[in-house]
Design a protein around this ligand. Sequence first.
Ligand code: C5P
Length: 320
Amino acid sequence: MATSVRSFSKINLGLAIGPPRPDGFHELVTLYQTLEAHDVVTVEANPSEQNRVLLTSNDARVPTDSRNTVWKMLDQAMKRLLPEFSAEVSVHIEKGLPVQGGLGAGSANAVAALIGLERELRRQFSGAERLEIAAAVGSDVPLFLIGGTVLGLGRGEEVYPMPDLEPIHCVVALPSIGVSTPLAFQEWDLTEGKQLTAEANFDRLKVLGRVLSAGLSGAFSTEEGRPEDPLLALVRTGIENDFEKVVFRQYPFLGEIKRILEPGAVYAALSGSGSAVFGLYQTEEAARKAEEALAGQGTACLRTKTLSRREYWQTMVETR
Ligand code: C5P
C-alpha cells in the first residue's frame, strides 16, 4: 500500500546574510515559517535486489531524475540501509504548489519522501540521521523535519524549533521571474557584503539571532506592560530579508509587488531569494483585498495560512 504525505511550503520571515565561508556557503540567520499550501508526495516501496528510485509528477517541469531533491534524499537514505536491505521505491509528486523559488517546495518534497519511505519500510532513521541526510540534500531541507516556526543558523541547515507564532493569513505573490540563489548570494558579496568587515557582518547575524529569540520568547511587552504579540514584536524590531537589497535592485518589479502586498499587512517581504513575495494579514478580508490587488495588477498568487508545528505533523500523513 502506498503512503501519501503532504509536503508543505515555507516562507522566510527574516533573513540576514553573513560572510562567505571557506566551503563557499554563506553563514546566515533566518526564521522559517511553514505554510498550509502543499504538494502531495506518494511513496510506494517494495523490497528488491537493488535500490531503485522511480519518479513521476503531474507537472512536466519537475525533473524525474537524479536532479530532483526527492531522488537525492532517497538515494542517501537507502544507501544507509545497505547491505541488509534494498528496495524499489516509486514516488509520485502531485504538484499543488507552483514551481516557484522561495517557497522551499522541492526541499519539502524531499522530506515528505523520506517520511513516506520510513512508513513504507516500517523503519525509522534516528532524528540525527534524518537531519544529516536532509542537510546533505540542501540548506533549506532540514527545516521541514521540524515544521512550524523554525530558527535556521549555519548555512540555514542548523535548525531549532521556536515557539509557534499564532496562525495568520498569508498571501504569496508568484511572479513569473526566476531568481538564481547562488547569483543572489554572489551579488550580495560584491555589493552589500563588500562594505562590511567580516566581524561587522558576523555581528549583524548575532543581532538578528538575539532579536528573533527575544521576540519569539515573549520577552517584549507593549507600552501598557502586556506581553506583545511575538510577530508584532519581530516587525517592530525590524526583521527584514537581506536578499531584498540585491534582488529588488535587480528586479524592481518584485519591489513593486511587495508594495502592493503592504496595505493592510502586518508584514510583507521577499521569501528566501525569491521570486515569491508574501504578505501576512490578521483578517481574511485584508488577505482577500491583497489578492484582488495582485489580480488587478496581473500577478498570480495563492492565499493560505501559516501552519503551527502541531498541525504540521498532525496533518502531514493522509490516513486512508
Ligand atoms: O544548499 P542549497 O543547495 O540550497 O544551496 C544552493 C546554493 O546557494 C549553494 O550552492 C550556494 O551557492 C548558495 N548558498 C550559499 N549560502 C547558503 C545557502 C546557499 O551561498 N547559506
